[in-house]
Design a protein around this ligand. Structure first.
Ligand code: ADP
Ligand code: MG
Length: 246
């Protein structure tokens, strides 16, 4: 199953999923998912609709309770922490569907969940976010509900960055956006990677995703069926055909 090792002997991953199982009521969605993300690495989570990508993300963030396995962050279990504490532990989420606060302004959205970077002299400031997305500066007094889809996506990313995460999770961040705006989001993701942020990216646009990701996991019905590098994935077009559908 593992086509290319990324053995980093002696280096433990930032995030490690150990056989996680998650169910919605009586209906099991994840069947023992193992996944690792190292510091500074960009990992892609692939698979068709309904295969368990968002459930994996919700399980990491404590938004969906595990019924088996464990999520370890810097070697410590997150299993008994609530979603609020997990969100303040250095894991930032840009959720599927963006979910900006509709009745708060852009500026209020950015500061509502902001968190200082512990042990780091300089974290993300409002100015940094406005530097990355000048459109948000222009719109800073507008309400979340009055923004375009692209602006809402930039705001969702900015809001997650204001928690000063060490790992940023993006669940379908380019979904439903016009091609130009999509390009802006990919450039943002690339620049976050260059700054050394670890990333977990879920996206249907395999081309840009393969350019930015170091390692890929393919989910099929709640289980990892393959993992490997972008190069290894490029060499296996049948994997893309059978499990990703492009
Ligand atoms: N809130 C929910 N209640 C019940 N079942 C759900 C819920 N969310 C997702 N599921 C089911 O869990 C499975 C995985 O869904 P999901 O993780 O959203 O897939 P993906 O993000 O890969 O499209 C699907 O069978 C889906 O129908
Ligand atoms: Mg999803």
């Amino acid at each position: 199953m593992i086509e290319t090792g990324r053995a980093r002997r002696g280096v433990s991953p930032l995030l490690r999923l150990r056989g996680i199982e998650t169910a919605y009521g009586g209906s099991q969605a994840l069947f023992g998912v193992d996944l690792e993300i190292h510091a500074g690495e960009c990992v892609a989570l692939l698979g068709r609709n309904g295969m368990g990508k968002s459930t994996t993300v919700k399980s990491i963030m404590g938004l969906q309770r595990l019924c088996g396995g464990d999520v370890e962050w810097r070697g410590r279990s997150l299993r008994r922490l609530g979603a609020h504490r997990i969100a303040r532990s250095g894991l930032g989420l840009v959720p599927e569907g963006r979910r900006v606060f509709p009745s708060l302004s852009v500026r209020e959205n950015l500061i509502a969940t902001a968190r200082e970077a512990p042990g780091r002299a300089v974290g993300w400031s409002l100015d940094d976010i406005y530097g990355m997305f000048p459109r948000l500066r222009e719109r800073q007094r507008n309400l979340g509900c009055h923004l375009s889809g692209g602006e809402q996506q930039m705001l969702a990313i900015g809001r997650a960055l204001m928690t000063n995460p060490d790992l940023l999770i993006l669940d379908e961040a380019t979904e439903g956006l016009a091609p130009l705006v999509r390009g802006d989001i990919w450039r943002c993701i690339q620049s976050l990677k260059e700054r050394g942020l670890a990333l977990l990216v879920i996206d249907k646009n395999l081309g840009p995703l393969m350019r930015v990701a170091d390692h890929h996991y393919i989910l099929e019905k709640g289980s990892v069926v393959w993992q490997g590098s972008s190069e290894a994935l490029r060499a296996r077009p049948e994997l893309v055909r059978d499990h990703i559908g492009m």
